[in-house]
Design a protein around this ligand. Structure first.
Ligand code: 13P
Length: 288
């Protein structure tokens, strides 16, 4: 199956009270590990690409080519959306042009009126192309690709205004942050999430900063309308730990252990295990 918009998978997730994982990709190993796990678990999945990762991989055309090639050569049958993560206005347009099936326009740092105007314009383009579009209100805290957000909570009224523009999914800050949570993190603001869902109804809600949120909080968030959960740092951490273990055990110095196909294999296996674990917690296993 070729790339699909995230609309149908997220509407089903919202109705079925589970969430689809959006896992950030950085290279071929990441992409293959996530796609293989989704296929094994019969789970819908979203491959998320930040603008920084897009640049790192050589550009959006490289990514579209790689992902489409994998869907075909690995015989992936589950629904897969290729999604721009935290896109700028120009980044969103470039990904639409390159053949992504989904974009996020993150106008959360802009004046609200400008966020509305730009989101509205991109909604019209995505509608015409059959693509899904995510918008954001209330910036997510933490640091991502040099962009630092302070983690404010979204205003439910503003959420409704953006949701009414015809977007597919809405990211709203509810005290979540990117990266590892600090020791003294007070947890998700379920009261705010509840108010947002009351205003936005059946709109699938997006939880960014999935790394390190305890499973019980994830499940509660899903029960309150979260249907897409973003995970990035956790895959990076397990990849780094498995690679470190391989090197520290001296395996790169045994036989042809320096061959990148061997050297990167433990990290790829660690990503697969982490993605499977997340799909189980999110409830998306068997939902493809
Ligand atoms: P984490 O890196 O905290 O998992 O966040 C991922 C994310 O929200 C990407 O948009």
């Amino acid at each position: 199956m070729g790339l699909v918009s995230a609309k149908e998978m997220l509407e089903k997730a919202k109705a079925g009270k589970y969430a689809v994982g959006a896992f950030n990709i950085n290279n071929l190993e990441w992409t293959k590990a996530i796609l293989e796990t989704a296929e094994e678990q019969k789970s819908p999945v979203m491959l998320a690409v930040s603008e920084g990762a897009g640049k790192y991989m050589g550009g959006y055309d490289v990514i579209v080519g790689m992902v489409n090639g994998m869907l075909k050569d690995l015989n992936i049958t589950v629904p897969v959306a290729l999604h721009l993560d935290h896109g700028s206005y120009n980044g969103a347009k470039a990904c639409i042009e390159a053949g992504f099936s989904s974009i996020m326009f993150d106008g959360s740092s802009l004046p609200f009126e400008e966020n509305i105007e730009k989101t509205k314009e991109l909604v019209a383009i995505c509608k015409e192309k059959g693509m899904s579009i995510e918008a954001e209100v209330g910036s997510i805290g933490g640091e991502e690709d040099g962009v630092v957000g302070m983690g404010e909570c979204a205003d439910p009224q503003e959420c409704k205004q953006i949701a009414d523009l015809g977007i597919t999914m809405l990211a709203a800050g509810i005290g979540n942050i990117h990266g590892v949570y600090p020791e003294n993190w007070p947890g998700l603001r379920f009261d705010v999430l509840d108010d947002i869902q009351k205003e936005t109804g059946i709109m699938p809600l997006v939880l960014h900063g999935g790394t390190g949120i305890p499973d019980d909080m994830i499940k509660k968030a899903i029960s309150l309308g979260v249907s897409k959960i973003n995970v990035n740092t956790e895959c990076q951490l397990v990849f780094a730990a498995a690679t470190r273990e391989y090197i520290e055990a001296g395996k790169d110095k045994q036989g042809k252990g320096f061959d990148p196909r061997k050297l990167l294999a433990p990290g790829a296996a660690a990503i697969k295990a982490k993605v499977k674990e997340k799909m189980e917690v999110f409830g998306s296993v068997g939902k493809a």
